[in-house]
Design a protein around this ligand. Structure first.
Ligand SMILES: [Zn+2]
Length: 108
């Protein structure tokens, strides 16, 4: 775990946050009660998996609502998402990746 001064907050809402750690060069995504770390490639892959989800993928009933379960970057932790969660995560991950691109241009 790196010193918190290494973390840059890329985007956040009341229930979520995406940070970049300058020390170990990874993204951390906190969403509701889930937290996972991603490399840049893993974050881009996660974002494209979210974009490919369609109505028929939400076949798991949880809290009386259809959900889908997708794997995180380390296979044993997954995300259980409703369609609204997916829309919110697409917005967050896209925003974080755009801001990250801007940081790379500024600091490289
Ligand atoms: Zn770190």
């Amino acid at each position: 775990m790196c010193d918190f001064s290494n973390y840059i907050t890329l985007t956040e809402t009341a229930a979520s946050q995406i940070t970049w750690c300058k020390g170990c060069r990874t993204f951390s995504l906190s969403y509701k009660c889930c937290c996972a770390s991603f490399t840049e490639i893993e974050m881009r892959q996660f974002c494209s998996v979210l974009r490919e989800l369609r109505g028929e993928n939400y076949s798991y009933m949880f809290n009386d609502k259809p959900h889908t379960i997708i794997k995180g970057p380390c296979g044993y932790i997954g995300f259980c998402l409703s369609e609204e969660d997916t829309i919110e995560l697409i917005r967050l991950t896209s925003e974080a990746l755009s801001i990250f691109q801007a940081f790379k241009i500024i600091y490289s």
